[in-house]
Design a protein around this ligand. Structure first.
Ligand code: NAD
Ligand code: DAU
Length: 368
């Protein structure tokens, strides 16, 4: 039987207490910075396992923030989640923690199923129990951060993904995210748990781990290393500056309807090869010490990613019309900021090029 819950009660007023899973990763840490700026009265509890992708330095500048607590732990650890929800009196669970890199999911899918499926299930069950124990407060929210990759791949003239596009995940990563999305959907429909879900396009910006396309290209240009473009470089991604993703989640948390899904994107479709050329031009312009100039001389086509999705594009009409959100950055302004950030934050990314990372790099880019 579907439970009937009051859906029109808004998020409670400040101060609120938010549990941010994966808050030491790329988007999660940007969200923590964003939220501390926007709502300094709220308390934030970051739960992060600090996998290879998690980094305490991503929260630099917030060490003295009295309302911030960092807990190193695993989202699959049910007793830990139960204790945190209870002792902190959590109102909002913002769930970013995941294994997030497609290439790693091809090399080793196990961790993806564990964290993305079992971990999300563990959080849902813990949150449901906690919500029931507290009398099913209507202002509680479980916000699941997901991806456009669950919708699969588009042909050149297809319309962008909407919230009703059928799921068709193609990689172990996207399949595990699709599994977690289905669980979130089921917890609303079966139990009435006040869930929200957002499916966002490709993000970029500060604190992006070096393995992903944009930071990898920026770092390799600065080091004079080859720029490995998969296949023919004609694959298309729809890019969104990470702070715009954070503001969209904020808008959905405040104005979204429980049980609903909202797609997030900024209408910025770019072919990979064009994006890499753009990064080269920006580096030629902004960097004074490039080992190879012009940087595009470093571009190398390498063997394609297995099962490589050809095109992603988001139709964010629902978010725009129902929630009133629009992005602040264009791809030009966002890329410029990002290149500047990698230029001025070498102390952040240099330690990440560890022997473990080099071994991973060698495994993926054997033909570079
Ligand atoms: P990321 O890999 O940079 O960060 C993931 C974080 O989760 C890390 O800090 C890691 O330590 C933590 N983590 C991993 N396993 C954990 C576990 N078992 N318990 C606790 N913490 C764990 O990822 P990201 O790019 O910041 O992505 C965040 C979320 O946004 C993910 O759910 C991802 O699917 C989604 N997303 C990402 C993008 C993108 O372009 N990066 C776009 C849309 C959606
Ligand atoms: O669409 C949202 C997704 O975007 C998120 O859910 C994922 O967590 C995130 O990693 C990202 O997935 P992609 O696979 O699209 O991102 P990535 O940066 O790995 O690759 C972007 C494109 O660039 C893709 O077409 C593959 C290509 N690429 C990537 C790398 C790392 C290359 O050509 N060369 C490379 O070295």
């Amino acid at each position: 039987m579907r439970l009937v819950v009051e859906q029109n009660q808004a998020l409670s007023r400040e101060p609120r207490t938010i549990l941010v899973t994966g808050g030491a990763g790329f988007i999660g840490s940007n969200f923590v910075h964003y939220w501390c700026q926007q709502y300094p009265g709220d308390r934030i509890v970051v739960l992060d396992a600090l996998t290879y992708a998690g980094n305490r330095n991503n929260l630099a500048g917030l060490e003295g923030w009295a309302n911030l607590r960092f807990v190193q732990g695993d989202i699959c650890d049910r007793p830990l989640i139960d204790a945190l929800l209870q002792e902190e009196g959590i109102d909002i669970l913002a769930h970013f923690a995941a294994e997030s890199h497609v290439d790693r999911s091809i090399l080793g899918p196990d961790a993806f199923v564990r964290t993305n499926v079992i971990g999300t299930f563990t959080l849902l069950e813990a949150f449901r129990q906690y919500w029931l124990t507290n009398g099913q407060p209507t202002h509680f929210r479980f916000h699941h951060v997901s991806t456009d990759e669950v919708y699969g791949s588009l042909n050149p003239n297809d319309p962008g993904f909407s919230e009703t596009t059928p799921y068709a995940p193609n990689s172990p990563y996207s399949a595990s995210k699709a599994g977690s999305d289905h669980l979130v959907r089921a917890y609303y429909h079966t139990y009435g748990l006040p869930t929200l879900m957002t499916n966002c396009s490709n993000n970029y910006g500060p604190y992006h781990f070096p393995e992903k396309l944009i930071p990898l290209m920026c770092i390799n240009i600065l080091m004079g290393k080859g720029l490995p473009v998969y296949g023919d470089g004609q694959n298309i991604r729809d890019w969104l500056y990470v702070e715009d993703h954070c503001s969209a989640i904020d808008a959905v948390l405040h104005r979204g309807k429980p049980g609903e899904t909202y797609n997030i994107g900024g209408n910025n479709e770019v072919k990979n090869i064009d994006l890499v050329h753009k990064l080269c031009e920006l580096m030629d312009e902004l960097a004074t010490d490039l080992p190879v100039r012009p940087a595009h001389k470093l571009i190398t086509f390498v063997k394609d990613r297995p099962g490589h999705d050809r095109r992603y594009a988001i139709d964010a009409t629902k978010l725009r019309t129902e929630i009133g959100w629009t992005p602040a950055e264009t791809v030009e302004s966002g890329l410029r900021k990002t290149v500047q950030w990698y230029l001025t934050h070498r102390n952040w990314w240099q330690p990440l090029l560890s022997p473990e990372y080099q071994a991973y790099y060698k495994q993926v880019y054997t033909s570079v």
